[in-house]
Design a protein around this ligand. Sequence first.
Ligand SMILES: *[C@@H]1O[C@H](CO)[C@@H](O)[C@H](O)[C@H]1NC(C)=O
Ligand SMILES: *[C@@H]1O[C@H](CO)[C@@H](O)[C@H](O)[C@H]1NC(C)=O
Length: 138
Amino acid sequence: MHSFGYRANALLAFSVTILALICGIASFSDNFNSPSPDAQVQVLNINWFRKKPDGNDEVSLTLNISANLESLFTWNTKQVFVFLAAEYKTPKNELNQGSNLRGKDFNLTLHWHVMPKTGKMFRDNLVMSGFRLPEAYR
Ligand SMILES: *[C@@H]1O[C@H](CO)[C@@H](O)[C@H](O)[C@H]1NC(C)=O
Ligand SMILES: *[C@@H]1O[C@H](CO)[C@@H](O)[C@H](O)[C@H]1NC(C)=O
């Protein structure tokens, strides 16, 4: 005859094993979901584009962003962190700042980081190209 303590212990061990197994399956199932968000971004207005006293250019844009992020959400998704970054090339390759960007092409990249309930975080992005800054400050 097993003692109560022995049974409780066995039950706990069994529960933990099942929980671990479910987490494993949830995490593993993420491998079969290949998210394919799509997005369209339109520059509606260039509010201002100027040279700042420190020499870097500054631009303010009004954007129309439409995105379908449905495929990022599965039963194992806890939260999704999404941001849009303007990316362009400058001779010095400084990140997110630069001078004399007049007439420069830039890309808008939608980044997403998906935090699952269990398993590893993953991130990806979508590059939208073909944007251009005006030839003159305004
Ligand atoms: C924003 O884009 C969507 C679809 O791309 C379009 O239906 C909508 O009219 C646009 N809105 C503005 C203010 O341009
Ligand atoms: C925009 O993205 C395309 C494709 O990834 C790349 O070839 C191009 O160099 C990028 N342009 C800029 C200005 O970063």
